[in-house]
Design a protein around this ligand. Structure first.
Ligand code: G3P
Ligand code: MG
Length: 244
């Protein structure tokens, strides 16, 4: 590999979603074991205000439960199996609380919290309370496709590292981020970012974390583009590639 290009961070998507049930403690532990330097995860809020880690807003696809997460209390969601849909060996995995994942990750390990929905502001309130209680500002990046949520969070709490998620070929990535506010990072779909965009973002002090990059040819393209970190379902595969 070209020694002039700095190696991007390895960030496990939903943990190591290519090899374990996404967004479970097993998946996050696997990402850590494979040498990832960070993880990405998705969050929703339960009816009784707990922040849980799950991609979908419903429980049906990845758990033994059904219905909207926001329509159930934590006591119900806690009882569900979130591993057996993926494989029998993961039976007994459950939906994690966000704070449990924070506790699993060592200091200095990047935790990218993707906010899926605002739930009329309940998400922001719950997340701000959790972040203010754990003092891990440097480790955590909060991102969303909903840029108004990101903007509100950053305005409410300037210590938050805020990131913009998008899948559009923006004319001026860094300029757009500046317009939203004091952003920490860009999280573009990997087909929506090129070397020039990364250079402009870097010059503006923005980190660039493209998603979801799984193929070797895509790793090579993103590394050449000079991105800060790569979000992948296969952190072990990316680690191995970076060591070649
Ligand atoms: O945060 C990057 C990526 O996770 C965004 O898409 O649908 O996989 O959450 P999705
Ligand atoms: Mg996500």
């Amino acid at each position: 590999m070209n020694g002039m290009i700095s190696k991007p961070m390895v960030i496990g998507h939903r943990g190591a979603a290519g090899e374990a049930p996404e967004n479970t403690m097993a998946s996050f532990a696997l990402a850590l074991a494979q040498g990832a330097q960070g993880i990405e995860l998705d969050v929703h809020v339960t009816r009784d205000g707990e922040m849980v880690v799950c991609h979908d807003e419903t429980l049906d696809r990845t758990t033994t439960g059904a219905g909207l997460i926001c329509g159930h209390d934590w006591s119900y969601i806690q009882s569900l199996d979130a591993g057996s849909w993926y494989g029998n060996s993961y039976k007994g995995e459950r939906v994690p609380l966000l704070r449990e994942v924070f506790d699993l990750c060592p200091p200095g390990f990047l935790i990218n919290v993707e906010v899926k929905r605002s739930y009329e502001g309940r998400m922001e309130r719950a997340l701000l309370a959790l972040l203010r209680g754990c003092h891990r500002w440097g480790d955590i990046v909060v991102s969303s496709f909903d840029h108004k949520v990101v903007q509100r969070l950053k305005a409410a709490e300037p210590r938050i590292n805020a990131g913009l998620l998008y899948a559009a070929n923006l004319i001026d990535h860094a300029g757009y981020a500046h317009q939203v506010g004091d952003m920490f990072s860009l999280h573009p779909h990997h087909e929506c970012i090129e070397k020039e965009d990364v250079a402009a973002a870097s010059a503006a002090g923005l980190a660039v974390y493209p998603y979801t990059v799984n193929e070797i040819s895509e790793y090579a393209h993103m590394i050449q583009a000079g991105v800060t970190g790569i979000i992948t379902d296969y952190p072990g595969r990316l680690r191995a590639y970076l060591q070649t």
